[in-house]
Design a protein around this ligand. Structure first.
Ligand code: UDP
Ligand code: MG
Length: 310
């Protein structure tokens, strides 16, 4: 019998853990000839999440493990920890809020088991129920990252996926501190099939991804998997240098042709100063972002710290 590990990151999810377990259990029971183990990652929740998980794990005879972090390290860290603790031949990563339909796991298993692929992932084909502005920004994000990075990311693809042990081991070999899972899943390669499904809205609890957190996450995603912004800085510098040569030539010629005209336009001069000052700071900021990442990586801090586990 194949063992399938289910990795579930949870952050303040006291309202959803039990529902998730019951619904997913019912669905998984329909799959024949497999065993399941659950690995709940309590990502430093401050509510009763851990208590609920412990209750589940003492109640049922199915294997329910948990790893509880010493504080909130973020979903990416939780996924990494989950993959580390998983022992299954196949590993599934899914959210606890039932936005990743558990019934798809059966299809995933059938696909991965009967063909030669190493990953079956879920892909949302619509975004009903999501604020328009959020969808707009995620479309812009997918457009930019796929233009700037060699690591391609499929629009709407979720973290929700089933992977073979081979693929999980290669993800674990990437020990980088700044983790952007969508990029990592794509970077390690392996053939991935996508199962499409209609968006499901969260029933209980609330999303822990406000707009700014998502925005920072997408900037991190782009800088983790592309060096193009760095090149952009030098391009902008080169172009403004060339433009300034033309500007200087223009001023010198004008001074020769129309004597006494050179003092005109100090206001426009200030504007140009401000423009270039701004561009310089922006480029410095881009460079700074990468230096910050190098700084964090060289410290070699652990990706997560475990407080308690079973
Ligand atoms: N999550 C986590 N750590 C965090 C934030 C979220 O482990 O710091 C988990 C959360 O419990 C859920 C999943 O990541 O299982 C997705 O989070 P959420 O539903 O808030 O995101 P959304 O679906 O809105 O993108
Ligand atoms: Mg969600």
């Amino acid at each position: 019998m194949d063992l399938i590990s289910i990795i579930v990151p949870c952050f303040n999810e006291e309202e959803t853990v039990n529902d998730f377990y019951n619904v997913s259990r019912d669905n998984f029971n329909l799959i024949e000839n497999v065993r399941f183990e659950y690995i709940f990652i309590d990502d430093g929740s401050t509510d009763e999440t851990l208590k609920n998980i412990k209750h589940l794990s003492s109640r049922d005879n199915i294997e329910i493990h948990y790893v509880s972090f010493s504080r909130n390290f973020g979903k990416e860290a939780a996924l990494y920890a989950g993959l580390k603790y998983a022992t299954g031949k196949f590993v599934v990563v899914m959210d606890v809020d039932l936005q990743d339909p558990p019934k798809l796991v059966k299809n995933m298993y059938e696909l991965i088991n009967t063909s030669d692929i190493d990953c079956v992932a879920a892909r949302r084909v619509d975004r009903t129920g999501e604020p328009r502005i959020k969808s707009l920004f995620s479309n812009i994000f997918y457009f930019i990252i796929n233009k700037l990075s060699d690591t391609k990311i499929v629009p709407g693809a979720r973290d929700f996926r089933m992977m073979t042990r081979k693929m999980v081991d290669s993800i674990l070999s990437m020990t980088e501190y700044n983790r952007f899972s969508k990029g990592i899943f794509s970077w390690v390669g392996f053939e991935t099939k996508y199962l499409e499904y209609k968006n499901v809205e969260r029933k209980n609890g609330s999303s822990s991804w406000p707009f700014w957190k998502l925005f920072r996450y997408s900037v991190d995603g782009i800088t983790d998997f592309s060096e193009v912004p760095l090149a952009l800085a030098s391009w902008v510098g080169t172009i403004s240098f060339i433009l300034s040569i033309f500007g200087m030539a223009f001023i010198v010629l004008r001074a020769i042709i129309v004597p006494g005209s050179s003092v005109y336009g100090w206001a426009s001069l200030i504007c140009v100063f401000l423009l270039f000052g701004g561009i310089q700071l922006l480029c410095l900021g881009i460079v700074g972002k990468y230096i910050g990442k190098i700084y964090l990586q060289t410290k070699n801090r652990p990706i997560y710290i475990v407080r308690e586990t079973k």
